[in-house]
Design a protein around this ligand. Structure first.
Ligand SMILES: CC(C)(COP(=O)(O)OP(=O)(O)OC[C@H]1O[C@@H](n2cnc3c(N)ncnc32)[C@H](O)[C@@H]1OP(=O)(O)O)[C@@H](O)C(=O)NCCC(=O)NCCS
Length: 193
C-alpha cells in the first residue's frame, strides 16, 4: 500500500471528494466540462435539467467537498434489466487520476443487486481512452451505429457488459475495485450510497 503523500499526482484526494445525486445548481459547472469534452455534440443545459427529471435516469456529480467545485459527472438510464450509461466526464485537468473509473464503479454499484443485468453504452470509435476504461470493466463491442454522431458523422461503438451479477463478472469487478482502492487509498464520500 502506498502512503497518502505518494498516491496520485493530483491536488485532490478521494476523501476530499463527494459523489451525490446531480442537482440543478450543478449545471453551470457541468456545461464547462461538457463543452470541452464533447465539442459541438455536447448536451445543452435544458437536456441536463430534463434528464434530472426523467424517472428512469440517475445522474451523479463528483464534487470537491472543500469548495463544492464540480470535478465530474455521470449518469445512466435504468430500463428493465439494462442500464444504459448516457454520460461520464471528468474535468480535463483531473483526468488520468482514476476519477472516470471511480464514477463508473459508482454507477455499477447502483446497478448491482437490483434487477439490472447488463450495462450498455455508445462511444465514439475514435475515443480510445474511454473505450479502454470500459474494456477494463468487461465491456465488449456489440456492433456499431453508423454516423451516430452528427457533428462529424462518426460511428458509435456499442459496448455491453456480460451479466453483471454473474460470478465471473463479479470476480473481475472486485479485482479492479480492490486494485483501485490500493492505488488511490479510498473512495469519495457517498460511493455506493
Ligand atoms: C473518458 C474519461 C471519463 C476517463 O476519465 P479519467 O478520469 O481520465 O480516466 P481514469 O483515470 O479513471 O482511467 C481509467 C482507465 O481508463 C483508461 N483510460 C482513461 N483515459 C485514457 C487515455 N487517455 N488513454 C488510454 N487509456 C485511458 C485506462 O484503461 C485507465 O485505466 P489505468 O489507469 O489502469 O490505465 C475522461 O477522459 C473524459 O472525461 N473524457 C471526455 C468525455 C468522454 O469522452 N466521456 C466518455 C463518453 S462515452
Amino acid at each position: 500500500m502506498i502512503s497518502p503523500s505518494e498516491k496520485l499526482p493530483l491536488s485532490i484526494q478521494p476523501d476530499q471528494l463527494l459523489i451525490r445525486r446531480m442537482r440543478d445548481a450543478d449545471v453551470p459547472g457541468i456545461m464547462e466540462i461538457e463543452s470541452v469534452s464533447f465539442g459541438s455534440h455536447h448536451w445543452s443545459e435544458e437536456s441536463f435539467i430534463n434528464e434530472m427529471k426523467n424517472y428512469l435516469a440517475r445522474y451523479y456529480s463528483l464534487v470537491d467537498k472543500r469548495d463544492s467545485r464540480l470535478i465530474g459527472y455521470c449518469g445512466f438510464w435504468a430500463v428493465f434489466d439494462e442500464a444504459h450509461v448516457t454520460t461520464v466526464a471528468v474535468r480535463p485537468e483531473y483526468r488520468r487520476n482514476a476519477l472516470g473509473e471511480v464514477q463508473l464503479i459508482h454507477m455499477m454499484d447502483q446497478c448491482m443487486g437490483q434487477t439490472i443485468r447488463w450495462m450498455t453504452l455508445e462511444v465514439r470509435t475514435s475515443n480510445y481512452g474511454a473505450q479502454n476504461l470500459y474494456y477494463k470493466y468487461g465491456f465488449s463491442s456489440a456492433g456499431t451505429r453508423p454516423k451516430y454522431y452528427q457533428d462529424n458523422e462518426e460511428d458509435a461503438l456499442i459496448m455491453t457488459t456480460p451479466d453483471i451479477n454473474s460470478e465471473p463478472y463479479r470476480k473481475l469487478y472486485r479485482k479492479n475495485k480492490e486494485a483501485l482502492i490500493d492505488r488511490i487509498g479510498g473512495f469519495p464520500e457517498g460511493m455506493g450510497s
